[in-house]
Ligand binder design. Sequence first.
Ligand code: BG6
Length: 476
Amino acid sequence: MNKFPKDFFWGGSIAAHQCEGAWQEGGKGPGIMDYCTAGSYEVPRRFTKEHEEGTLYPTHEAIDFYHRYKEDIKLFAKMGFTALRISIDWSRIFPNGDDNQPNQEGLDYYKDVIQTLIEYNIEPIVTLFHFEMPIHLVRKYNSWLNRDLINFYLKYVKTVVREYKGLVKYWVTFNEMNHIDPQSEASDFFVYMLAGLTYDELPGDKRESLATIGYNMTLAGVKATKLIREIDKNNIVGCVFGIHPIYPRDCNPVNVMNAFKEMDRDYYQIDAMCNGKFPTYKMKEYEDFGIHLEINHEDAQAFAEGKIDFIGLNYYQTGVSKTGEGNENDEKLFGGVQNPYLKQSKWGWAIDPVGMRYLLNYTYRKYGLPIMITENGLGAVDEFIDGRINDDYRIDYLKQHLREMKKAILEDHIECIGYLMWGPIDLVSATNGEMKKRYGFIYVNKYDDGSGDLSRIPKDSFYWYQNIIQIQGEEL
Ligand code: BG6
């Protein structure tokens, strides 16, 4: 049998702030990403306190999925998707985050998106926090530095999970909270995307602030997991982590150890969510650093009761350990030194299909829980030539990754339950805030200066993926 399992989820993954637009429609409040400017590989995105006149904020229109979701979902269905991971923008449901009542228009909007998916037999996989949070919660409460955020988040979670009971079964509490890393100077970018604060704005001891944000989000995640299962025992709850495995720079044991340590930093929250306990080794590390966390005596019980049902992994690339003897190479956004055995995308991301098999094995052996690849894809510049977009490079990237995933499932016996390609339709890049970095099977006629008629055009990869789904990956 050379096919993927019968009930394997084939599909894609998108996020509200990167595709919806309509930032002031339907009762939505301003969210943290609505204050994030456009950028590029060379020019980093900026986070402005107020909106600057004449500055482009890509989330404001994005690809207008808010108005075009029916058309877009129809195209996903045409490819044969059996699952689509979407995110709910918290600021559409509670515009300020601390409102007494939810915004009905926001609830109705997502209900229609979800029902449209179901009509096409596409399983909705819903992320509750994908860098989307009302800015008011940052301005008034200091974001996740404040434990009150946990209750605001749980109220939002309860509202939507009740609203979509019987329609949505697969829930994701958070996207990539692991990028808050108290042990390194976390990039401004991820601190902002996860907490709406810049690194410089973090009060007092920066490491303590990062540890606090990480702890409070992890606690919110396990509490939400329990709550979601209480609302409907059929619900299946996971959390998504963005992991790029770290290879040692050579077989010098010191460097092997360093690489292990670097990769391990991304796992403490997965440990907490899978093992039912915030890891003691992490608490002791915090003690060593003089970091003090605000912990309540009920927290331990929340961790014990909030274990997740599946692990979502976003995989794009591997890295080489930054630390160790002899480090003269260039560092890239996600860290790591360039690997001489691998090619890179135009954005400097190392293309490593075997790394995906490695990550699946590594994570499955640690926890034994089902894993879903919740994101994987190639950001590239696509061009029209003779009225068509021939994206063979994307097909090649996806083919190689799917082959390695197939080996992980059929040869290594990893319980991998789905492959959700990021982003099946071109959308705003999160780290660069540009349209030029395209991932989709579907081209969107929109450019970095905001121009374009937003029309949708299938690329060659659209038909390739359609065939792969149809034959359940048999030819890979
Ligand atoms: C993941 C995020 O880290 O990477 C997505 O969950 C993001 O939101 C994706 O879009 C790819 O990154 P980028 O910067 O190329 O859009």
